[in-house]
Design a protein around this ligand. Structure first.
Ligand code: AMP
Length: 413
């Protein structure tokens, strides 16, 4: 498939296979879902009292480990999927997988309150791929807020579904239309994408969702934050009436509940959230007076030995680019990620960061969403976030998987 050996992430194989064609998903242009940083349209920042940026990390609370009630072998899914799970090194299901997969396999709608890092992707991917393999008339749509998250989902689906013969199309903004159009002509079993680009295809008449009977909305809260609500409703209205839905969100709020009520039937609710991800992050502020002192202070912080892997946030595409260039000129191993960069450039920067070839990644908020890199030690807010909610999302990038993290926020004296 798609999940064939020749298919690679950035150089996808021929045909409507997972991820498109050679040359697909490489460079920019088109509508961006993962941008961020337009100066003119930026609303005024919410005032956040600097005291809210200072907080000691709470000592890790001893919680009894979750005891799964299933093993992967117990689940009634295809042997090929089971083998691929073994090959991925998954031994026991995570709590969300343990609770969601049996219902998912029974065709139930599922609402999962779960953040990144909980294994939620496999929780919806396994039942979805199993159904696609069992029923060749089924089709699945997976929507995510950002290109990066869509790519991560694609990776997970590709490895879980390796050898299944299923086909897919990846419909994300910032990638050329040509390969996406070609993939869609092959009538793929699975479509993964961001709402803006999916809607574009529907409006062009190149994507007909009437036969799609499995739908996943991942990180619903972020999609709503990013203003995708109208696009989401537009898309959901076009799916098959008989369908199975998976909705995942890190938070639950009235707008999300409303969406769930409208678009799911008697869903199973599963919550594996254990509190805000920022609790194990040591938070402090850095005072500066003037731009010169600001960059010098950042320089000194980055030079400290324990500041090993750092995500630095700044406001705009331009400021992110400039700051990254400045840090490189000062000898730091840095790169930038923002919506003005091509998809290929963004993926390369992320990979460098993941593989520790650089240890400083400068980012806009939107470009950094959905990034799951477990060993980030520090988040630095070189500029204050737009809202406190953005702040919590930013600093949650450090301190993943129970590790202690650090957050420093620059405040002008
Ligand atoms: P997710 O929350 O889906 O982004 O998954 C977070 C990380 O956990 C990813 O790197 C997955 O590959 C990994 N993962 C998911 N499920 C399991 C499992 N059952 N056992 C071990 N690792 C897993």
């Amino acid at each position: 498939m798609a999940y064939t050996k020749t298919t690679t992430f950035n150089r996808p194989s021929r045909g409507a296979s997972f991820g498109g064609r050679p040359g697909g998903n490489r460079s920019g242009g088109g509508r961006s879902n993962g941008g961020g940083g337009g100066r003119s349209k930026r609303p005024a920042k919410q005032y956040i009292n600097p005291s809210r940026f200072v907080q000691a990390a709470k000592p890790a609370v001893e919680v009894a480990p979750y005891v799964p009630t299933h093993n992967f072998v117990d689940f009634a899914f295809n042997d090929l999927l089971k083998q691929n799970i073994v090959n991925k090194g998954y031994v026991t299901p995570s709590p969300i997988q343990d609770q969601a997969i049996p219902h998912g396999l029974n065709g139930k709608d599922i609402v999962g309150i779960a953040n990144t890092g909980t294994g939620k992707t496999a929780a919806f991917a396994l039942p979805t791929l199993n159904r696609l393999m069992t029923d060749k008339n089924s089709k699945a749509l997976i929507m995510a807020p950002t290109r990066e998250l869509a790519q991560q989902i694609q990776d997970e689906c590709r490895s879980i579904g390796k050898g299944s013969g299923l086909s897919s199309a990846m419909l994300i903004g910032g990638s050329p239309m040509g390969p996406q159009l070609r993939d869609l002509r092959f009538n793929p079993n699975l479509v993964i994408g961001t709402p803006g680009r999916i809607k574009d295809h529907i409006e062009r008449g190149t994507l007909d969702l009437s036969g799609f009977n499995i739908i996943t909305l991942d990180e619903v809260d972020r999609m709503l934050d990013m203003g995708f609500i109208a696009d989401i409703r537009f898309i959901l209205d076009r799916l098959s009436r008989e369908r199975q839905s998976f909705f995942f969100s890190a938070t639950m709020e009235p707008k999300i509940e409303d969406l769930i009520r409208t678009f799911t039937t008697d869903p199973i609710m599963i919550s594996v959230k254990t509190g805000t991800t920022s609790e194990n992050v040591e938070q402090d502020v850095v005072h500066y007076g003037g731009m010169h002192e600001k960059i010098e202070k950042l320089h000194d912080i980055l030079n400290q030995e324990h500041v090993a892997k750092v995500l630095v946030f700044d406001d705009t595409q331009r400021s992110v680019e400039r700051l990254s260039e400045e840090l490189v000129a000062r000898g730091f191993k840095a790169n930038a990620i923002h919506g003005g960069k091509s998809q290929g450039q963004r993926m390369r920067a992320l990979k460098e960061f993941k593989d520790n070839r650089i240890n400083v990644l400068v980012a806009t908020d939107v470009a950094a969403r959905g990034i799951d890199i477990v060993d980030i030690t520090h988040v630095i807010n070189y500029s204050t976030p737009q809202t406190y909610d953005d702040y919590v999302h930013r600093i949650g990038r450090a301190g993943r998987a129970g590790r202690a993290g650090n957050a420093l926020t620059f405040i002008e004296r």
